[in-house]
Design a protein around this ligand. Structure first.
Ligand code: OGA
Ligand code: NI
Length: 375
């Protein structure tokens, strides 16, 4: 239970053949690889073949962060209502003019690439066991239960309330500490505007979610080229567990979001972040802003890296639908309350791969659809 699949561990089911798990990067770099090992193949095709580009008349929203802090009240209120629409209609948007320097974004990508370039022995020191481990390296959480491995290597660190980071490569820790501080500021501003867009006071979130000790997780997903991208998966369909995720990526596409029942490709915009709504925001908004389903597909040419930053409540916060959004008639509270720590453990322990959860279990068990993936 609650284990990440370590990249060198043996398959735990006694009856199953013992399976040597290796990192996707090491596998991709092994010479003459023309097909993937069978334990990376999903039984249904996974690739983005069925995925579409967003319609011209319904594009993925672009939010200009600088307008959210505009001193012109009309401009600001238009920006807040655009944000509301983006959260409600899509659950995902591209964030531009966010103020994070390009040089800092590049330094962060480079430093994390440097981690994946370390030897397996060095990286394996961080093989994680539990969702609440401060540093986890591996391929996916719960791989042993899902039986199919993901074509990705993962590094995941808790960076707030306490900052954790592997000591190597040199300089990684400084770069990530600075990036985490910068992203914390950005995420808190965005959350304030989002709470305002729900008709709640801008201070609501700080108090209700105990944001001074908010849990923040910084991760890096490395997706090496895959010889059979249509059979393997980078990350299957899932929703994120926190309030919001702010994702940085190199210029290689692969992220797809579920919109109106279709998989829509999220084409990278240089220097923009991709922001998506997550489970705790769905609960807090009593379902007004859904936690969006998304996934990452692979390609056979170029390594893709994505760097999600998740901001959530403090671990002890019991997240409930905001009182102002609930009444006894049309808007009854639809979510059961549980503290964030228990939510994380619970979500990780579920493997629900039968599609969307039926409404009657729309509670903390599965806000949208849990494939037991925690970034
Ligand atoms: C995640 C995630 C998407 C991507 O790490 O939770 O959804 O594009 N990543 O890598
Ligand atoms: Ni995700």
């Amino acid at each position: 239970m609650d284990t990440i699949s370590p990249v060198t561990q043996l398959h735990p089911e006694a009856s199953a053949p013992r399976l040597q798990i290796t990192s996707a990067k090491t596998l991709a770099e092994s010479s003459n690889l023309t097909s993937i090992p069978s334990h990376y193949a999903f039984t249904t095709p996974t690739s983005g073949d069925q995925a579409v580009h967003a319609d011209h008349d319904d594009p993925i929203p672009v939010i200009d962060f600088s307008l959210l802090s505009s001193s012109n009240p009309d401009q600001r209120s238009k920006a807040v209502s655009d944000l509301a629409k983006a959260c409600q209609d899509w659950g995902v948007f591209m964030l531009i003019n966010h103020g994070v320097p390009q040089s800092q974004m590049k330094a962060t990508v480079d430093a994390l690439m440097g981690f994946f370039d370390l030897t397996d022995q060095e990286k394996n020191k961080f093989l994680g066991k539990h969702v609440l481990d401060p540093i986890i390296y591996g391929t996916r959480i719960k791989a042993s239960i899902d039986k199919v491995l993901l074509w990705r290597d993962l590094l995941r660190m808790m960076v707030h309330p306490k900052f954790h980071c592997p000591p190597k490569p040199e300089g990684l820790s400084e770069v990530l500490a600075e990036y985490s501080v910068e992203l914390r500021k950005l995420a808190r501003e965005l959350l304030k505007a989002i709470t305002e867009s729900l008709g709640l006071g801008s201070g609501y979130i700080d108090e209700a979610m105990n944001m001074d000790s908010s849990l923040q997780i910084l991760a890096a997903n490395l997706y090496p080229p895959c010889p059979q991208p249509e059979l393997a998966m980078g990350l299957p369909s899932h929703s994120d567990f926190g309030l919001l995720t702010i994702l940085m990526q190199n210029d290689i596409g692969g992220l797809q979001v579920n919109h109106g029942g279709k998989w829509v490709k999220v084409d990278p915009i240089p220097n923009a972040f991709v922001v998506n709504t997550a489970d705790q925001l769905e609960i807090m908004s009593n379902g007004k802003y859904k936690s969006v389903l998304h996934r990452a597909v692979l390609n056979n040419k170029t390594t893709r890296i994505s760097i999600p930053f998740s901001i959530g409540p403090s671990l002890n916060t019991v997240v409930v639908p905001a009182e102002q959004l609930v009444d006894g008639k049309h808007n009854q509270a639809t979510y059961i309350s549980r503290n964030y720590r228990d939510y994380l453990k619970f979500k990780q322990s579920r493997v629900l791969n039968k599609g969307l959860c039926p409404n009657q279990v729309k509670d903390m068990i599965c806000v949208a659809y849990c494939y037991a993936v925690l970034c």
